[in-house]
Design a protein around this ligand. Structure first.
Ligand SMILES: *Cc1c(COP(=O)(O)O)cnc(C)c1O
Length: 224
């Protein structure tokens, strides 16, 4: 199957309201062009330099660029002008820097908070308690140029479908608990996104409430 056929196949399994982010990390600009030709507009990268280079090479204002990887504070300035959504915010200092850089460009940058759902010690992310603290704290409220749109999570690297499902459900449950049970400094009505699901587990993620799936290898083939 070519890229267009793979995209079609994935899209046919996605409910319409779910956004497909094509994860193009390590893939060529030409590969991205093929996906664009097939109608794909959302692309995800996990390295700042690659994200900037590809966005500049494609120069297409209809494309939406997602930063899906761990982000260092000193690199925010390179993407602040154009990034559509930053998925993996995992500390207040990063949120503050995104706000600062967004203000320079007179824009509001949408972000997601990364909830740690995987069992592995290596995965980044905040605990539920840390997210609660962040969403209840006046310092967060004071940030005018970031908008916290929801949560992002990465399941454990495992073949165990039951475990992956449990981890996605935990994110989904926590998302709704946040909206229902807590007094938050953010606008709950605009807290709408759950970024869960990759090539191997997006069908599970959809059943667990995903609103954004991040799919790489199932679209572009294996990474080199
Ligand atoms: C690489 C990556 C993906 C996509 O992974 P695939 O298994 O190729 O679909 C999704 N999310 C993040 C954060 C990634 O780094």
């Amino acid at each position: 199957m070519n890229t267009a056929q793979k995209l079609d196949k994935i899209k046919s399994a996605l409910p319409e309201q779910i956004t497909l982010v094509a994860v193009s990390k390590t893939q060529s600009v030409q590969a991205i062009r093929e996906a664009v030709k097939a109608g794909q507009q959302h692309f995800g990268e996990n390295r700042v330099r690659e994200l900037v280079e590809k966005a500049q090479a494609l120069r297409d204002p209809s494309l939406q660029w997602h930063m899906i990887g761990h982000l260092q504070r000193n690199k925010v300035k390179h993407i602040a002008a154009f990034v559509s959504l930053i998925h993996a915010v995992d500390r207040f200092s990063l949120l503050e820097e995104i706000d600062r850089q967004a203000a320079k460009h007179k824009r509001v940058i949408p972000v997601l908070l990364q909830l740690k759902i995987a069992r592995e010690a290596s995965k980044f992310g905040l605990s539920e308690l840390e997210i609660l603290d962040l969403l209840q704290c006046e310092q967060t409220h004071a940030l005018q140029n970031v908008e916290i749109k929801g949560l992002m999570g990465m399941a454990s690297f495992t073949e165990n479908r039951a475990q992956i499902t449990a981890e996605f459900r935990r994110l989904n449950d926590f998302f709704y608990r946040l909206k229902a049970d807590y007094e938050l400094v953010i606008d709950k009505a605009r807290f709408t996104e759950k970024s869960i699901g990759m090539s191997g587990d997006y069908k599970l993620a959809i059943r667990c409430g995903s609103t954004l799936v991040r799919i790489g290898s199932a679209i572009f083939g294996p990474r080199g």
